[in-house]
Each structure stands twice: as C-alpha cells, then as structure tokens.
Design a protein around this ligand. Sequence first.
Ligand SMILES: *Cc1c(COP(=O)(O)O)cnc(C)c1O
Ligand SMILES: [Zn+2]
Length: 424
Amino acid sequence: MCVDCGRDFELGLRLRCECGGLLEVVHEFPWVDRDLFDGRLSQRSGPYGSGVWRFKELVYPGLDVDRIVSRQEGNTSIYSHRRLTEYTGIGKVAVKHEGENPSGSFKDRGMTVGVSEAMRLGVSSVACASTGNTSASLASFAATTGMNCVVFIPEGMIALGKLAQALSYGATVLQIRGDFDAAMWLVQEASAELGLYLLNSVNPWRIEGQKSIIFELIQQRGWEPPDWIVLPAGNLGNTSAFGKALRELKSQGLIDSVPRLASIQAEGANPFYSLWAEREESLTPMEPHTVASAIKIGNPVSWKKAIRSIEETDGVVEQVSDQEIMDAKAVVDRCGIGCEPASAASVAGARKLVDVGAIDPEDDVVCILTGNLLKDPGATVNYHTGVIEGVSPRFSNTPMVVNADLASVEEALNSLALKGSRKE
Ligand SMILES: *Cc1c(COP(=O)(O)O)cnc(C)c1O
Ligand SMILES: [Zn+2]
C-alpha cells in the first residue's frame, strides 16, 4: 500500500507508487501467539533458528520457507553495565547489540528478507546506495546467492571496515563523487533505468525484516516491553520499522503496552529532529556533517513512515553533538561491549533525555546499538589520540610509546599506578 495516497499494489519489482510515495507491506497475518515463537528458541539451524525468520508469520507469512536466504542473522544480546547506568543516570538501562549480526550491523535483518524476495522475483542484479553498512550487508547476502551486486557509496566518506567488506564480498563498488544523498538519488535512477533491483530501505521488505529487532527484544524480556526504546536515526528505516513492529505486536495481542520510541539524530545531520521539534509540515533537506558516518544523511527517504512511528508511540526525537556521541561511544566501549560511532547516539540520547526530563531515571530503557566497534577503527583511534576536530576526548585512553627495555615499561606503569599484578 502507498503511504501517501493509500493505493494498493501487488508487490513485485515496483517499489514506489505512481504518485511517488513509498510503499508499505500490508500482511494478512495467520494466527500467532507467544508460544509459537518461544517454541522455536531451541532451534540452532534452519530458517527458524534465525532471529528474523523465527517471526516469519509477522515478517513474510506468504514466502515459501525453501526460498529463504539466511545467514542466521539476529539473535543479538542485551547487556547492562554499571558504567552505562552511571553515564546515563538510568537505573534500568540496557543495550541490545545489533553489531553482533553476521556482517556487523542490523542491516542484515532487512537484507535477509530483501534478498530472499529478490531471489523469489528471479532478479540477477541487486543494488543499493550506502553510508557503508547497507553495502556490506547486501554484498554479503548477494555473495551467498551468486547474484550480482552493485553498491553506490559516497567517495571517501565511508568507514574503512565497511568498504573492506563490500570489496571482499565481491560487490561492484561505485564511489560517487558526491554525498550519500546524491548516491541515493543516483541508485534510484539507475535501478529504474538499468534493471537493478533496489535494496535500500525504500524497499519495503527491508522494513519487514528490521521489525524483528523489536520482536526479538520483547521476546528476550519475556514479552515485557520496556518503557523506552532509544535508537540512532539516519535514513529512518529503523524508526519506521520499530513503529510498525509495535503496532503489529499490539494488534496481534502479543503485547499490552507500547513502549515509547526515542529517535536520536546527530546535530549536524538533524532534518528529522527539526521537522519534529518545529512541527513542520514536511522535511527540509540539509547538507549533513557528523563524525557518525552511518547517520550522516541530510534527506532521509522514510520520514513520513518515521513520523507516524513517533506519533503513535508518544515518542520523541532528540539530537546530540559529535562530542556527546564520541563520549558515549567511549563509555560503551569501556564496558567491554563496543560499538561504532552512530550506534552510540542512542546512549548519548538517553542521557540527554534524562537531563531534559523526558526520561525518568526510574524508567526501564533499552538503547539499540546498531553497528560493531570494528566497523570504524579510524574514528575510535582518532578519538583516543585526540585528533577529531571539535571533539575533546573526555574518556581517552592514549597509547604510550616506550623504549624496548624493562625499566621503561616499569616507569610507564608506575606513572599510571598500574603495577597491579605483583603481590605486595
Ligand atoms: C544504517 C545505520 C543507522 C541508521 O539507521 P536508519 O534506519 O537509516 O535510520 C544507524 N547506525 C548504523 C550503524 C547503521 O548502519
Ligand atoms: Zn501513491
């Protein structure tokens, strides 16, 4: 169904309505209950062992199970830690780590569904524009099937770990002389004209897969929803997916109360925050600037679906600075958990929402970590060595250079009062 004019379509190769609006999948759900999904938790292989396809009836009920292309995605952990509580000021704060997915980000949850659909449609080539993780994920799934994969990335603007993945998995990598928004525009033109199947989050099947973050999170908590779910917001696919997931869990009687969503943008890439804070009618695109490359997006495609998610869940949109993002990341990393910069926007946002009085310190809060620490080693090392412009590292752990002799090592450790292991 078109989210703009409401027209119904049979979903095939077409990904947009004639009016230009985005499409959304409308399911005829079979009967489901908690026991159906809990009964599959012991499966370690096969499609129902995946944290996405465990919820197949809510994701893609009509798909033939044999057609599923899966890498056992999902099944990610939830962590709490004293330092997270101290930093955010929230007693019951936890993080769900989507960086534990096979290609290192939540994008795998959408891609397993999108690529399964591409196989069903019999397409030979798939494409996406990407700030990095979408291309890494698509390249990986395409490689498991033998489809051709073309990725459009903004030249020089994606984290090295992500570029390395796309190259390694054999994708054709087009480095566009322009930013993500230019790459996004170009891939839509190219897929319409050149017969590539588009797997950005304009593809409504991606959204169906990403709903499973919420399904799995709530199942892991014994079907007890938290008060808040806090997530980073870039192109707004996840914000859209989370609202749809909660709507459907409620309508299928799987939860009684709906948590509030908090979408967090970077201050330098905040068109959705502006739209929400100033109650604007439509989104005003901007030129994005932030160290968090995965959310460095000035013209997010899914804003209409996303605003509905915020409204329906009595949610909020907040913004955080690069300084807050990188400090929050250092805290998450220091817990031994670790994430990439964009992911830490959720934790930085939770802290800020406590400061402004939106989140109560007594609330039960889950922050989503969207990507793995190893995705962007450059940003991490630059933080700890203090070379990110405009960011002063409050939690730096600077490497020390010492001469290759024991005395120098002892001197270095003494300077840190760190001679811990020797018994007195
Ligand atoms: C894609 C991505 C985001 C942004 O998600 P949207 O659905 O585009 O809002 C945030 N963090 C990471 C690590 C990502 O890969
Ligand atoms: Zn329409």
